[in-house]
Design a protein around this ligand. Structure first.
Ligand code: SDX
Length: 428
């Protein structure tokens, strides 16, 4: 196999190096192409363009493979825990017992947030979307930890920011929910594990004792594992490009939260449930809604279906679909929209339009059904996605910085007006 590619432009041929990854993925390195040819490449939405080399997550969209640091997602979802997966993603290896215990205890000792956070919360109207509250509280941390503004300062400072972020995100998320409900916030408890603590901050009320349900706790831990990283998706690319300007980890993660919020990305899990509820309220006529999804003149899309990379089943969707059945059975929850979801999936998997475009259920299609069964309200679904994706964002930010990646600054093809002279206002 030749290790170069050739591009010919206006009769001139340029040799460009081919690079190959550890899973035999090939890429044409165009780093020197513009200097040689004066020509750039154009790839709207970066559908076919790699932004970096990364050793964190591997996915094969054709085969429906997803691995974190080489470990298959199916094994991690069944046998690992979210904090163990977080350590694996961020530091590259499965931690030994002592390392994991220290990591968990460091995190539990940083879950408390500055009381002034409540003043920021009070500034929001109760109808504020929790994603906007979450990204604001994350950015606000730069005021409480000014040393974190200098990511070049020290690894120790960055490691402390990593612990603080993972520790405080559940507190921010739960307090955003309590703000929305008009309930008093619940302080973190170091007696509980990561998911148990989050659940008690979300659902404990002054008027009654709250007991963490182990089934709910385990289901939540599995969902967070399944969302933990997904290579160079929209929000992760956002975290990397913001971090490439040497902005702080907090500012980079806050940017990632805002990118995830969009309904085409992490916001899809909320949009799926709203769609399923509309279809059910409309009489459950899945054929009618499938027709709308295929109609180019109709803006309706089948939310939770399709993926930029997976042209086969999203492996996470398979795991979540099974978990949805298991969790709802275990909790004795009957949710009629699960049947609507299964009906839609069945229709789509045999519909030529979807088959031709290789549109399968993605991670967002069934996750909302589990969140509902766990008692989490729809507007909090994307916050749950952010909670899960946090260690992946951190790992990608850390890798980008450790590799000394240059500041991200794409080129463009200009299509605007050619040079022209200014015309004074009196002559216009
Ligand atoms: C996530 O990148 C990641 O890894 C993301 C993620 C992660 O873990 O970070 O996996 C999480 O964001 C999952 C995706 C959640 N979004 C949705 O469920 C929203 C609905 N799906 C889409 O809008 C769409 O499928 C995307 C955004 C996910 C992917 O869009 P692409 O790759 O840009 O594909 P496209 O829009 O160009 O679609 C290709 C064709 C088009 O039809 P034609 O122009 O070829 O005729 O497929 C059609 C689209 O109209 N199509 C759909 C569809 N998704 C694509 N038609 C109906 N319903 C859909 N859901």
């Amino acid at each position: 196999m030749s290790n170069t590619a050739q591009i010919t432009v206006d009769g001139n041929t340029y040799d460009l190096p081919l690079t190959e990854g550890s899973e035999q993925e090939k890429a044409i390195d165009i780093g020197a192409f513009r200097a040689q040819s004066g020509v750039i490449t154009l790839d709207r939405g970066f559908k076919n363009t790699g932004s970096c080399e990364s050793g964190i997550t591997f996915l094969d969209g054709e085969k429906g493979i997803l691995r974190y640091r080489g470990y298959p997602i199916e094994q991690l979802a069944d046998d690992s825990t979210f904090l163990e997966v977080a350590h694996l993603l961020i530091y590259g290896e499965l931690p030994g017992k002592d390392v994991l215990t220290n990591f968990e205890s460091d995190i539990s000792r940083h879950t408390l947030v500055n009381e002034d956070i409540k003043k920021i919360l009070d500034g929001f109207p109760s109808n504020a979307h929790p994603m906007g509250v979450l990204s604001s509280l994350i950015t606000a941390q730069t005021a409480f930890y000014p040393l974190s503004l200098e990511p070049n300062r020290s690894q120790e400072e960055n490691d402390l920011s990593i612990i603080r972020l993972i520790a405080k995100m559940p507190t921010f998320a739960a307090w955003a929910f309590k703000k929305k409900m008009g309930h008093p916030v619940v302080y973190p408890s170091n007696k509980l594990n990561y998911c148990g603590n989050f659940l008690q901050m979300m659902f404990a009320l002054p008027s009654e004792d709250y007991e963490v349900d182990p089934i709910v706790e385990k289901a939540l831990d599995k969902l967070l594992i399944l969302h933990a990283d997904h290579e160079q998706n929209c929000s992760t690319s956002t975290v990397r490009i913001v971090g490439s300007s040497q902005a702080s980890l907090w500012a980079s993660i806050s940017a990632g939260v805002n990118a995830l919020w969009g309904p085409l990305h992490g916001g899809a899990n909320q949009a799926v449930i709203e769609m399923l509820e509309n279809i059910k309220a409309d009489g459950g006529d899945t054929k009618k809604w499938m027709g709308k999804a295929k109609d180019k003149d109709d803006p309706f899309r089948l939310m939770g279906f399709g993926h930029r990379v997976y042209k086969n089943f999203d492996p996470r969707a398979k795991i979540i679909k099974k978990a949805a059945d298991d969790v709802l059975d275990a909790l004795g929850v009957v949710d009629p929209i699960l049947d609507v979801a299964k009906g839609l999936e069945e229709e789509a998997l045999s519909d030529q339009y979807f088959v031709d475009r290789k549109l399968y259920p993605n991670v967002d299609f069934y996750s909302g059904i589990i969140y509902r069964a766990l008692g989490i309200p729809t507007e909090m679904f994307t916050v749950m996605f952010a909670l899960g994706r946090l260690p992946g964002w951190i790992a990608q930010w850390k890798e980008m910085r450790e590799k000394g990646e240059p500041i991200g600054r794409p080129r463009q093809v200009y299509t605007g007006a050619n040079e022209r002279d200014y015309v004074s206002l009196s002559k216009r």
